[in-house]
Design a protein around this ligand. Sequence first.
Ligand SMILES: Nc1nc2c(ncn2[C@@H]2O[C@H](COP(=O)(O)OP(=O)(O)OP(=O)(O)O)[C@@H](O)[C@H]2O)c(=O)[nH]1
Ligand SMILES: [Mg+2]
Length: 230
Amino acid sequence: MPEHSHKPHVTVIIPTLNEEGNIRKVMGGVKGVLNGTDYEILVVDGYSKDRTVPIATSLGARVIYDSRGKGSALIRGFHEAKGEILISIDADMSNEPKEMKLLIDSIEIGYDICMGSRFITGGGTQDMPLHRRFGNRVFVILVNAFFHAHYSDLCYGYRSFRKDKIRELALKENKFAIETEISIMAAKRHLKVIEIPSVEKKRDSGDAKLHTFSDGWSILRTILVNLVQR
Ligand SMILES: Nc1nc2c(ncn2[C@@H]2O[C@H](COP(=O)(O)OP(=O)(O)OP(=O)(O)O)[C@@H](O)[C@H]2O)c(=O)[nH]1
Ligand SMILES: [Mg+2]
């Protein structure tokens, strides 16, 4: 990863909470794919109690902290990033680093946001029990109907952004409703959005931080609040 006193072209934002078993592999994958690209890795850590931060630092990541949840970590990342193209990728090995190439290309050819989708041809998931799949589908239908959008997926965090556009969205969701909020705000502001197929794997090691039912409720709340504010 090149040293940066100047501005890199791409910032890879990785939210982390206790991911010591995964972060080395995720960063290795990112570096392998972006070798030759001008980029930085920005880890936004939720005060992990394990060795996530020392490992990330030793591998050359810039580390900042945020205590309020995954959404808040991403929002901080969007504001701290030095690159012009931003990528959000999970720290648990569930996203395939190779897909970053297309995420970057999509912004370079003029899209504002590129969203990985597990539910278009070529996409898939090995990590979605039936109840989550059902919830995600219902939320997709609601968001498309209420906000005149055409999404095929919603609660999935592997995405890329044109920095000035994502910063304009005035995002507020601190937790796992952040992806839903981004999708809704992008539709409201008529941003140029494209979906690309993405295959989600099971997390490699460690525990999930998302709680299907409480986080599901907060996603529904996000949809309804934005509907009222339309
Ligand atoms: N900074 C920060 N990152 C978080 C927080 N909660 C989760 N993350 C990170 O956000 C990403 C997604 O969280 P996961 O727990 O994998 O959620 P999930 O993918 O829905 O759950 P699994 O399917 O079990 O992997 C991971 O990189 C986490 O380390 C948090 O409170 N703060
Ligand atoms: Mg995960």
